[in-house]
Design a protein around this ligand. Structure first.
Ligand SMILES: NC(=O)c1ccc[n+]([C@@H]2O[C@H](COP(=O)([O-])OP(=O)(O)OC[C@H]3O[C@@H](n4cnc5c(N)ncnc54)[C@H](O)[C@@H]3O)[C@@H](O)[C@H]2O)c1
Ligand SMILES: [Zn+2]
Length: 355
């Protein structure tokens, strides 16, 4: 088992990564949780495929398990879902010490975490992420949120979990497109922070040994995310590096009204495009954009920006919540494995994208 300890301010928790961890989790939790009652929040797909293994295991170890099953998909990161979760927590007589377990992808993790952070001013929260994206990104670092009609993740807080349990084996049932989505974030980590992840693991692997080295890949990503979160929990500096490809990616997602490209695909286009531009400007080492494109294509991700109205796209970029009043914080690569924040005046945006 791979254990990564994350510390923010005066609080620490562990991220455990191990194949088949799920089959022993009841026992593991029994040794750390003294409560009898636990609540598992999940979605219908996981309820069909994997929840039984988890809840049976918890019950065998003396837990009284209550489950809340959400509708799969981004729509569940809503006020309505949140209210229905609070209703159930009251009905199940949850107290301030009852642990709430998020068992699912980023959607379940984000809404469960936000519910846990607010119910009775905060109840213990445990993450068991089940998508690649959630295992390398959303379950770590304590950002929890729901969406508002004026923006994704607009209502949220920072609320760190008690622990994160990652079982890479559970990815075997994840639909391919979601797997690719997670790979886009994995490639991002290599590009911004870890040359060896990028070249040794991602570039050399084929599909078979990719799955075999998944625990190692996930651990490398989690450890990068840990470093970044520890340096800047509240996302005011270093943590912004995780936004590589995202400023443009978010704008592309919005431009197509979240229908044409998934998050990972839009980020892939973002990473490729921004690196082509910065390379042409002489900011990024020559050949870097080519390496990025090669890897994106290897993992079935798009890398070329489709024909679109750049004026409209720029308006979306200007709306990004990572911007300050006068500046846009763009993340650029010096080369593979080395990234930095490029502060650009808003009025320079146009000439930048002309490049
Ligand atoms: N909090 C953060 O730091 C952070 C970071 C990145 C993304 N996010 C959020 O994460 C969300 C996206 O998360 P996601 O990509 O995990 O999507 P998701 O939670 O919607 O899961 C994707 C789909 O896969 C299914 N699924 C999950 N695990 C499965 C498994 N093991 N086998 C079969 N099917 C499975 C789900 O039911 C769902 O249909 C977005 O809302 C985004 O805002 C949050
Ligand atoms: Zn992302």
């Amino acid at each position: 088992v791979n254990i990564i300890k994350l510390t923010v301010a005066d609080y620490s928790y562990n991220i455990y990564i191990e194949k088949n961890l799920l089959s022993t989790l009841g026992n593991v939790l029994r040794n750390t949780v003294s409560e009898e009652k636990v609540v598992v929040i999940t979605d219908e797909n996981l309820n069909r495929l994997h929840v039984h293994e988890l809840t049976a295991n918890l019950s065998r170890n003396g837990f009284k398990v209550f489950t809340i099953v959400l509708v799969p998909g981004e729509e569940s990161k809503s006020f309505e879902t949140l209210m229905s979760i609070y209703d159930k927590l009251v009905e199940y007589k949850v107290t301030r010490t009852t642990p709430i377990i998020a068992f699912g992808g980023g959607v379940v993790g984000d809404v469960t975490g936000f519910a846990a952070s607010t119910f009775m001013r905060g109840v213990p929260f445990i993450q068991i992420p089940t998508t690649l994206l959630a295992q390398v990104d959303s379950s770590i670092g304590g950002k929890v949120a729901v969406n508002h009609k004026y923006g994704k993740n607009l209502i949220g807080s920072f609320y760190q979990p008690k622990a994160v349990y990652i079982d890479p084996g559970i990815l075997s049932t994840l639909p391919q497109r979601y797997f690719n989505d997670g790979m886009s974030e994995v490639i991002k980590y290599g590009a911004i922070k870890d040359e060896s992840l990028f070249y040794d693991l991602l570039k050399k692997n084929n599909e078979v040994n990719l799955l075999e080295s998944m625990d190692e890949i996930i651990a490398m990503c989690c450890s990068i995310k840990k470093d970044v979160v520890e340096a800047d929990e509240k996302d005011l500096g270093e943590r912004m590096l995780l936004n590589f490809g995202h400023t443009l990616g978010h704008a592309i997602e919005k431009y197509y009204n979240y229908s044409k490209f998934s998050h990972g695909e839009a980020v892939a286009i973002g990473m490729s495009s921004i690196t082509h531009i910065s390379e042409e400007m002489g900011i990024t080492e020559k050949g870097t954009a080519g390496f990025i494109d090669e890897i994106l294509m290897k993992y079935n991700l798009p890398c070329h920006i489709p024909e679109l109205d750049t004026k409209e796209l720029m308006d979306f970029i200007l709306l990004d919540k990572k911007n300050t009043e006068s500046h846009i914080n763009l993340i650029l690569l010096e080369k593979i494995g080395k990234s930095f924040i490029y502060k650009m005046k808003k009025n320079e945006l146009k000439s930048f994208f002309k490049a």
